[in-house]
Write a protein that binds this ligand. Structure first.
Ligand code: ATR
Length: 279
């Protein structure tokens, strides 16, 4: 019998998740269906419960429901707990397992697809919201030489850094305090690109050979990647790889088999020499 999965979001019509999971299912010979479900902003829990009642086996969760999914889950994985947000649900009777595969997806994209190991690197994480929170623990686990969290609201960056008080604990600052520092990897986890904006970054942020990574994916690039290119970052990457790899990690949780993300990324990547050629 075909097992049902979906992604809940609002808006959700733009989501690439149905295409990604259809490709994974074909690649791994899994009999599943996957649809996008538009949940009302005040109707997420009701949408989940009716999907489960109709036989749904699992779901992805996207904007703006990741925190609500965290609260709805009856059990959480350790990485979902650390992230404070859930992007993947697994249904088993009345049990709802909440997981967060975003950080793992980011790390897999960096280490496998982009051949950018984190160990010993100076890493700058821009932003201190939900997207940044999910990335901190996996980045620290990869043993960077330094992890700096910079945010418009410095207090929010400090709160985030303090939540990970352990060896290699990240430092926190505002954008101005970055002047004079350079990094091997700069990750934009702000939502600025969504609005076509750019955090106020100082010049000379990108060390020689550095990678600029925007978690946001947009056909034609993002303001952050345009800035990084002008500033001499050696490589530019948008969030398409992270999107595919977080989906592969969710597929693994649901089906027990890990799909290969590379052919699916190639299928989704439009002809965009500006970004693709420099990955
Ligand atoms: P998300 O879940 O996408 O991370 P969020 O929790 O609302 O969304 O966080 C948005 C992040 O983008 C924050 O770090 C925010 O900075 P503040 O905490 O100072 O508000 C950052 N952000 C959004 N627009 C920005 C802009 N134009 N310039 C700089 N940072 C911006």
């Amino acid at each position: 019998m075909t097992d049902r999965y979906c992604v809940f979001g609002n808006p959700v019509s733009h989501s690439k998740s149905p295409a990604i999971h259809a490709a994974f299912a074909a690649q791994c010979r899994q009999d599943i269906s996957y649809q996008a479900i538009l949940a009302a902003r005040d109707g997420f829990a009701a949408s989940v419960h009716s999907f489960v009642a109709a036989g749904g086996r699992g779901a992805n969760v996207t904007i703006p429901f990741k925190e609500e999914a965290y609260r709805l889950a009856t059990r959480l994985t350790a990485r979902a707990q650390l992230a404070g947000a859930v992007n993947t649900l697994l249904f088993d009777g009345a049990d709802i397992l909440g997981d967060n595969t975003d950080g793992a997806g980011l790390l897999r994209d960096l280490s496998l697809n982009l051949a950018c190991p984190i160990a010993g690197k100076r890493v700058l994480l821009l932003g201190a919201g939900g997207a940044a929170r999910g990335a901190v623990a996996p980045l620290l686990d990869a043993a960077p030489a330094a992890l700096v969290i910079a945010n418009r609201s410095v207090a929010r960056a400090r709160d985030l850094a303090q939540g990970f008080g352990r060896s290699g604990s990240p430092s926190a600052c505002g954008y101005r305090a970055l002047a004079g520092q350079s990094f091997d990897l700069v990750i934009n986890a702000t939502s600025a690109s969504l609005a076509g904006e750019l955090p106020p970054l100082p010049a000379a942020l990108f060390a020689s050979g550095s990678l600029a990574y925007d978690m946001m994916y947009a056909d034609g690039g993002t303001p952050f990647l345009a800035f990084a290119g002008e500033q001499g970052a050696a490589r530019l990457a948008d969030g398409l790889g992270m999107l595919v790899e977080q989906a592969a990690e969710a597929f693994l949780l649901w089906r027990g088999v890990r799909p290969d993300g590379a052919p699916v990324m190639a299928m989704l990547r439009p002809i965009d020499p500006g970004i693709a050629a420099r990955r």
